[in-house]
Design a protein around this ligand. Sequence first.
Ligand code: ATP
Ligand code: MG
Length: 653
Amino acid sequence: MSQSQETLSNLLQETRRFDPPAELAEAANVKADAYDEAAADRLGFWERQADRLTWAKRWDTVLDWNNPPFAKWFVGGELNVAYNCVDRHVEAGKGAKVAFHWEGEPEGDTRTLTYADLQREVNKAANALLELGVRKGDRVAIYMPMIPELPVAMLACARIGATHSVVFGGFSADALKTRIEDAQAKIVITADGGYRRGKASALKPTVDEAAAAVDCVEHVLVVRRTGEEVAEHERDVWWHDIVDRQSDEHTAEPHDAEHPLYILYTSGTTGKPKGILHTTGGYLTQVAYTHHAVFDLKPETDVYWCSADIGWVTGHSYIVYGPLANGATSVMYEGTPDTPHRGRWWEIIQKYKVSIFYTAPTAIRTFMKWGDDIPARFDLSSLRVLGSVGEPINPEAYVWYREHIGASKTPVVDTWWQTETGAVMISPLPGVTAGKPGAAMKPLPGIVADVVDDQAQGVPNGGGGFLVVKEPWPSMLRTIWGDDERYVKTYWSRFEGLYFAGDGAKKDDDGDLWLLGRVDDVMLVSGHNISTTEVESALVSHPKVAEAAVVGATDPVTGQAIVAFVIPRGSAGEEVEGEEFIKELRDHVSKTLGPIAKPRQIMIVPELPKTRSGKIMRRLLRDVAENRSIGDVTTLADSTVMDLISEKLPSAK
Ligand code: ATP
Ligand code: MG
């Protein structure tokens, strides 16, 4: 955001409201009084949430903030994460309860893991890691498809106190190598491959290449998933050779509340990924609480499904640690949403009677593009809460999600958080909040966040600026792995004593929060700071638009001018090229947001550049809009997308 401008313009007016269903509100896990309870005694509130967990030794001090921004939560406490996620449920007589309904991509390839199964598998894997020489404090890299051995491997690490670093299975050998090296991982756990888009997709060759390029890796532990042939090296050990013959008993020893649980690299939308460090007690406390509060999880009756990949923080916190700490029954799916057909996800919801579903706006917009008739063919009546994460959700996408997936009755919780925050920070509560499409609403109980101007002053209602967190929270990152200085500089230096998230936001007239995208992406047009999110949402609200990405390009007259890239919706395809459609869209934005937001240029494109976690990479589009050669595309999900877009350029208007 520019120096001269203090606030973000607030252009989009959205007046639709959705009250929580009465029945849900009545029986909700968390009611409105939680906000007051937490405000009256924030640390006491978090202590009560920590009591959801089983501690081997109780903490002496809830928060040590004597050396900010280096926080210690539940100081002196000891617990074991794997014990909390698995064993204690078995001890409570719930061994036969399903932890995961696992669905492979090839149809009919399914596995069911109860909590008792999970306990045996985790214990065997923990014993195998010990046999391979892994000790408490060692780092273990994990590069796996979405198969049950992935959460098993993570829990086995947590059990013995090894710090895992999960690297998304779509990353290149070079990206994997950098992450292995940065964490100095001793072991890499992988598989021969996984299934994606109807085919076996190899992982092992990538690991071979990465492991050969570093000198820290002693063993590569390989799960056989696809059965495809793999090159064998001396450092390789098959999972079935070593894990299967281990004892299924292992005594979990407690670890310090601040023991490093995992390192996870951010998704790299804005630059070089950072190795975010999360620790044990505070992290598990907040993921368990938020999963209980935000999704209203009733572990005895709900079937919960988060469609993220475990390679991202959403999968860590809301497929593995939060749901398991709460004793939930979850669905886990290996493949892509369009294999073998575009209704696969809805078929899975119908099959397992999923009641809580958590996905990303990029997926929702894709389903809108594919057409309403696809979800309409399935029975989705079991759903009662829907969640969204990863990007701001455009109001039109929210309303579509609620209507076509949620039968116009389910609350939609738009959850704002980051790899760094470890758990959800800002979100509606499904039994409390009258939802506004596109708004993340309020900080959760126990979280203190605000929108400030460039002088760190809170903006009034109706204003916009920088999102900050004002008080430490239990699941906050503790540092960037190996780089305390970068931790301080990146998050704690923009505003004295405040955590700077890097995102823009506005407060509406009721004081509710709306996320406006990265502050790096904000456009300065004729002296107005305009967020990409608002212009994109205005475009997506046009019935013929499926997806839109907007950037600011240097302009001699206005400073920056708005350039939009638009994917047309469903059958709109052919008839939408051309002058007239583009004029219609420009006028539509002008009418929705005001003439200041009217794009100078709109390009109709077949795809948008996205990271592997599905976020739009605007910096590459800015290169296109400013006629520069295109920058680093290595974190793109599909590097050919930029060629597709460039081919379209001559038709640019
Ligand atoms: P990097 O920090 O390396 O650029 P990244 O920020 O994309 O990568 P993540 O931690 O996965 O990596 O993403 C967090 C970001 O995603 C947030 O800072 C925010 O910009 C965006 N985000 C997540 N959830 C929401 C949401 N509900 N509403 C708006 N934005 C969201
Ligand atoms: Mg980030």
